[in-house]
Design a protein around this ligand. Structure first.
Ligand SMILES: Nc1ncnc2c1ncn2[C@@H]1O[C@H](COP(=O)(O)OP(=O)(O)OP(=O)(O)O)[C@@H](O)[C@H]1O
Ligand SMILES: [Mg+2]
Length: 379
């Protein structure tokens, strides 16, 4: 007979509590036993669940086994934590948010977008690097920055570069991941994400695909709960921890709940447009670096041909253009040079991924944003 899920949940909490207490007292054997019992109970709960929730619960049960296995391998609380918070299994749980390492992308890898880099330096990088200067000038810090623009324009890339420049722990989540993995449980996860980041000296929370996490309220109750939790979290840390930076990205800014955009939250919005000619040249050169090309290879011609193509498109174009010469080189065992013809052939069948209609949508949005800012200043 199946046990009642509420009873099981209570039992689970009890084992967890006992496990934690035992661990704090240094009774490793008892702690292990309780975490294993908690894991077993979670597995029973999982078996009575469906779909994504089932997967998430099974995963939780598995993590508890790992935790129990590793319990005596980890250092004691006092040697790793400088705050009083105990190093509980929840800390382990929080680690799931943390990116394994700081990304190795730098600002100098990002083509063009000079205004974007400057705005980000002022708003996100310098406050962390030169806090005393910001204090001296009474500059406001904190709040979030939202990067928006068509797909493939470098939003995710810039976010990684920021983490690298400030040497911060990088907590990267995708809106769609939080929503699908943790159906009905997303609020709790948003909360745990902010807690995890808040414990670090310097951290960036990067939320990709913001629109799927905090859509406009009033359509879907799950979404509304998420938005409320999210707003509470932002308000909770805004201005209190200048070393916790919040960065969002979206290619559908118009779908984000407008309350999230208010001042003190994602008040700064930065548009990442399609690359201009200089940025396209930089990307083409980077993608073709070291590749054997014909003597009269004309990169300027490709710069002109790729107007309207995104960064991601250019990367793919270069990759596809190399296919034919590479195949020939394999067949003949000779070096076959890449030429403009290889690019022309691909360009014929590979239009830009961002359509005119989409570009127009961004232009309309920017115009609306511009007039909103103007009206606000008039008041
Ligand atoms: N400004 C840029 N400089 C250099 N490379 C770029 C740039 N923009 C895009 N790219 C290339 O395109 C790829 C995709 O970019 P990225 O993932 O940052 O796009 P995105 O704006 O986050 O897109 P999406 O909205 O689909 O998430 C990158 O890995 C990079 O190779
Ligand atoms: Mg992206």
């Amino acid at each position: 007979m199946e046990e009642n899920i509420n009873v099981l949940s209570d039992t689970f909490e009890l084992y967890m509590k006992k496990g934690r207490e035992a661990k704090e007292k240094g009774n490793i054997a008892l702690a292990k036993r309780n975490f294993l019992l908690a894991s077993e109970t979670m597995m029973k709960i999982a078996k009575q669940s469906q779909g994504k929730l089932k997967e998430a619960r099974m995963e939780r049960a598995r993590r508890l086994i790992e935790l129990s296995d590793n319990i005596n391998k980890r250092p004691q609380v006092s040697s790793v934590k400088k705050d009083n918070n105990s190093n509980t299994e929840e800390d382990e749980d929080l680690k799931k948010w943390e990116s394994a390492k700081i990304p190795d992308i730098k600002f100098s890898d990002v083509a063009g977008l000079e205004d974007v880099k400057k705005a980000i330096t002022i708003k996100m990088i310098n406050p962390v690097k030169y806090p005393e200067k910001y204090k001296l000038y009474g500059k406001k810090t904190g709040g979030g920055v939202l990067l928006y623009g068509p797909p493939g324009t470098g939003k995710t890339m810039i976010a990684k570069a920021i983490a690298n420049e400030v040497g911060a722990k990088f907590y990267a989540v995708k809106g769609s991941d939080i929503v699908s993995k943790w159906v009905g449980d997303s609020e709790k996860n948003i909360n745990s994400l902010f807690q995890a980041a808040n414990k670090q000296d310097r951290a960036i929370i990067f939320i990709d695909e913001m629109d799927s996490l905090i859509g406009r309220r009033g359509v879907d109750t799950h979404n509304d709960k998420r938005v409320n939790e999210f707003l509470q979290q932002i308000d909770g840390f805004a201005g209190k921890n200048p070393n916790l930076l919040l960065l969002g990205a979206t290619n559908r800014p118009w779908d984000i709940d407008s309350a999230a955009m208010r001042s003190g939250r994602f008040s700064q919005k930065i548009y990442l447009p399609l690359p201009d000619a200089d940025a396209r040249r930089f990307m083409l050169e980077k993608n073709m670096k070291g590749v054997p090309v014909v003597k009269d290879f004309n990169i300027e011609k490709i710069v002109k041909q790729t107007e309207g193509y995104s960064g991601a498109d250019i990367e793919e174009l270069c990759d596809r253009a190399k296919d034919e010469p590479l195949l020939q080189s394999i067949a003949t065992d000779k070096i076959v040079l890449v030429s403009n013809d290889d690019f022309d052939r691909v360009l014929k069948i590979f239009p830009p991924s961002v359509t005119q209609k989409e570009i127009q949508a961004f232009e309309n949005y920017n115009a609306e944003l511009g007039s909103m800012i103007k009206n606000k200043n008039k008041k």
